[in-house]
Write a new protein. Sequence first.
Length: 249
Amino acid sequence: MKKRALIIGGSSGIGKATAQNLLTEGVEVHVVGTNLEKLEAFKNASGDHLHIHKTDITNSTDVLSLNETINQFDNLDYLVNASGVFGPKSFLEHSVEDYNKYLDLNRGFFFITQAAAKKMKDSKGGAIVNVGSMWAKQAVKATPSSAYSMQKAGLHSLTQHLAMELADYKIRVNAVSPAVVETPVYDSVFGGEKEAHDALQNFHGFHPIGRNGKPQDVANTITYLLSDKASWVTGAIWDTDGGVMSGRN
């Protein structure tokens, strides 16, 4: 039976790079995103092994619909929770709306992962990788991110709890914890793609390794954690961060 993967947030950035890795390995990949134009462009460039689902995972009705699709799968082997929003703002200026966009994202992850884990249990095992963040472990004054950090810290915690709970069903659960990775999540922060690219050039020196991350850097780690090569790894939160957690230049 062909391996099947579900990538939440798979139309761009880290999720898309992960989907591309899996496609090259012959995996049937289902990507979930909100931007239909990006989804269709990815589908047109990738062929029959890629399936797209326009879904807003912060919308409970959309999540129910996606979970019905998951329930209809014959098998599900891999899940990657890669959707993200990032809007640095002072804690004292955060609104309820700001907070809820992060809270709603984690609610979507929680119940999609539940549906996926039930299918993996029926399929006799699987692997899940959550995309967390260095900001969940360490504050950065230049990018105040209290609500974002709570959301990502929640994913880190969920990773460890699910690793314990799902191990009996041969389901491994891990996370990656990136630092600055050049993805479209920064476009809205800086006012556009070019503006984000230019602004992020100031962060290369933030990383001991001397450069920002690329989506492929993180995708390669995710692909490894999904694979049988990592069969003895679960409950881990891997710092895929150019060395930031070890120190700063």
